[in-house]
Ligand binder design. Structure first.
Ligand code: HEC
Ligand code: HEC
Length: 288
């Protein structure tokens, strides 16, 4: 459940607007733009706009970082996974094992989600810092482990739902990022070394939920950004900013320069309209 809300952003429900296209019969030679036809077109357009607004409202309403209650079955599955893969270092009751791993009482599902989904846990080798690795568990298993850790020890639960702000939040997200995150992760998100063999990692592989849980839990030398310091909406704005810049830097085509969070479609559109204008002027000049 990482980026699957992208589909929701596609405004699929607006497609019925194509129903406004006149039928083959209507396009016939006897076609006359009557008042009735104009009214019908206006009604279809109004309906389509309404549907778009409605779908947006539904999407926005479901976009809070709400926490769904975990089912007993999910917790039981998480317990099984924990006993197989985590118990040797974190103990049967999450109390920790001396010399192997810290207690997980109170760290919460958010920390478990972050650590397991980024492959940092189960820990492969002791070092200055746990490294990101390909995750050992599926998304569902990771959520089950998080639910189990949450159910036993309490703490901050893993967030659910849409965790990315809208394009309107990108600018404020950029300001928050430069203020709170860039000192360690760099203005280009590439990461940087810290002291004593530690480092702030690149943010390129991070999903929305990993970014959100990183801020909530402050893994290792990263500070915790509580909801009092950076509100849920501000966290979502930071995520919108980072993910937008990441996407625009890997467009799979020619770069258009660092002109900020402007989608290439806009540039293509502007260039296209410019070309059209030149063509019109040229035709106009020739016909005189
Ligand atoms: C080989 C030992 C080892 C195994 C196995 C292991 N861990 Fe850990 N874990 C550690 C150590 C050591 C730390 C603390 C240092 C660090 O984060 O690098 C840690 C940290 C954590 C943290 C962060 C705690 C905090 O205070 O924020 C979580 C959450 C966690 N582990 C969950 C798990 C889960 C879930 C599993 C099983 C899928 C697991 N670990 C398996 C050794 C282990
Ligand atoms: C003091 C330095 C520091 C600051 C400030 C900081 N981080 Fe981090 N961040 C780290 C370190 C160190 C890690 C690696 C922790 C680990 O390996 O367990 C990290 C990890 C992360 C990750 C996980 C990357 C991955 O592997 O997917 C994300 C996402 C992240 N930080 C986002 C942020 C955001 C967003 C902010 C600002 C709100 C921020 N960080 C501020 C030091 C910092």
């Amino acid at each position: 459940m990482t980026d699957d809300f992208d589909g929701e952003l596609g405004f699929e429900p607006a497609v019925p607007a194509t129903g406004a296209e006149p039928s083959a019969a209507a396009r016939g030679p006897q076609r006359r733009p009557t008042l009735r036809r104009k009214l019908a077109a206006a009604a279809v357009l109004t309906g389509a706009l309404g549907a778009m607004g409605g779908s947006y409202a539904a999407f926005a309403a479901s976009s809070g970082a709400a926490n769904q209650p975990s089912s007993a079955q999910q917790i039981a599955e998480g317990r099984q996974l924990f006993e197989n893969s985590c118990i040797t270092c974190h103990g049967a009751n999450l109390q920790g094992v001396v010399g192997r791993g810290p207690t997980l009482l109170g760290v919460g599902g958010a920390a478990a989600y972050f650590q397991v989904s980024t492959g940092r846990m189960p820990l492969a080798q002791q070092g200055p810092e746990a490294n990101r690795k390909p995750p050992m568990f599926t998304e569902a298993q990771t959520e089950a482990l998080a639910a189990y850790v949450q159910s036993v020890g309490g703490g901050t639960a893993a967030p659910t739902g849409n965790l990315r702000g809208s394009s309107a939040d990108i600018a404020v997200g950029g300001d928050l990022f430069r203020l709170n995150c860039a000192s360690c992760h760099g203005v280009t998100f590439k990461g940087a070394p810290l002291s004593a063999g530690k480092y702030a990692p690149s943010l390129y592989p991070s999903t929305d939920k990993q970014m959100y849980t990183a801020m909530l839990t402050g893994p290792e030398s990263m500070p915790v950004f509580s909801d009092n310091q950076i509100t849920p909406d501000q966290k979502k704005a930071i995520i919108a900013y980072v993910q937008n810049i990441k996407a625009s830097k890997d467009p799979g085509g020619e770069g258009i320069g660092r002109i900020g969070p402007v989608s290439e479609a806009v540039v293509i559109w502007v260039a296209g309209v410019g070309a059209l204008m030149i063509a019109i002027l040229w035709i106009g000049a020739k016909s005189q």
